[in-house]
Ligand binder design. Structure first.
Ligand code: PCA
Length: 322
């Protein structure tokens, strides 16, 4: 005969299974992205692996599409212990410290090999900055290379002038501003509505997000600029992690390592697959004109020069290692 009691400790539920001495934890995990997103699919597998690896001692319930916490709140929710674990777009933290935003700098790392090297250079700094906030990174997975989506055809950066431009962090906001566009921050689940109501008319994102947001319903062109390869990161609250017994901790770490490996492979596969989906649904997929590429790269060059100044010694350490 077992009696279960549930106790709300620091924002998450710990179920005590009395009579066996077994203590199981249930973690709620917010993510900003919808269920069909490959990152979310990967997280569901991660959660399953954690449960299996830990012999059921830890279960993770994924709350997708910003349903538990909105994207901008997720990091602090984990930091404050409102939830023990969460996912967010790493470069969303660029306004906190430029080191978080290096993977969203236009044309610095534009393919998976470079993205991997950049992550190796960036990780020690990210780990240290997160540690100081009581957080620990479990793993990071990139989105496919970022391309430009527009309603109207675009031959050069001059054509972006005045366009209402959807952004997802301060780095892209800067880029849009330098291009003469009018940036508006919009979360992924809100993209279709923002286009449909005319709040925006262009965006830079992956083939994944374009296809999953059914871009063909509200725009016509995709320019395969392969401009950067930004990452999502999964972080835990250190105190919550330390409350797990050693075996469960290593079960989590093992599942995280597998998720990182699997996620990078999923991302690589997504690129061609989702470009094909865009095409099949009538989006015109363009190789960007040399003029458009030159204009975007000039903006990238300007941004990295400014980034170096603002990122200081950490920035220098990342770039010289990269
Ligand atoms: N999709 C997310 C992050 C980058 C991407 O490809 C977004 O558009 O916000």
């Amino acid at each position: 005969m077992f009696r279960y009691i549930s106790k709300y400790v620091g924002g998450f539920t710990v179920a005590l299974c009395l009579g066996t001495g077994v203590q199981a934890a249930n973690w709620d995990m917010p993510t900003p992205y919808p269920d069909a997103t490959f990152h979310t699919v990967n997280i569901q597998q991660f959660a399953k692996d954690v449960s299996e690896n830990s012999g059921g001692k830890l279960t993770i319930k994924v709350h997708s599409a910003g349903s538990l916490f909105k994207h901008p709140e997720i990091k602090n929710a984990v930091r404050n212990g409102q939830v023990p674990i969460g996912e967010f777009f790493l470069s969303l933290l660029a306004n906190e410290n430029p080191a978080f935003g290096i993977d969203s700098q236009p044309f610095l790392a534009t393919n998976y090999g470079d993205a991997q090297r950049l992550w190796a250079a960036q990780k020690p700094v990210v780990d240290r900055l997160l540690d100081a906030q009581g957080l620990m990174a479990l793993y990071a997975v990139p989105w496919p290379p970022q391309g430009l989506y527009t309603k109207k055809e675009v031959a050069s950066v001059a054509d972006l002038k005045g366009m209402k431009f959807r952004t997802n962090n301060a780095v892209l906001e800067k880029m849009a501003t330098l291009a003469g566009a009018a940036p508006t921050q919009i979360e992924v689940p809100d993209i279709p509505q923002a286009f449909a109501t005319g709040r925006v008319e262009a965006m830079i994102t992956s083939p994944s997000t374009g296809a999953n947001s059914k871009a063909w319903d509200y725009l016509n062109h995709f320019y395969d600029t392969q401009a950067w390869v930004p990452k999502n990161i999964i972080v835990v609250n250190k105190r919550a992690f330390q409350r797990l017994d050693a075996k469960t901790q290593s079960a989590v770490k093992q599942a995280a390592a597998a998720a990182e490996k699997r996620g990078w492979e999923m991302s690589k596969k997504e690129t061609a697959e989702k470009i094909a989906v865009l095409k099949a649904n009538g989006i015109k997929v363009h190789t960007p004109s040399p003029e458009l590429m030159k204009g975007l790269k000039d903006i990238g060059a300007k941004m990295i020069t400014e980034w170096k100044v603002s990122a200081g010694a950490d920035g220098q350490a990342i770039l010289s290692k990269y």
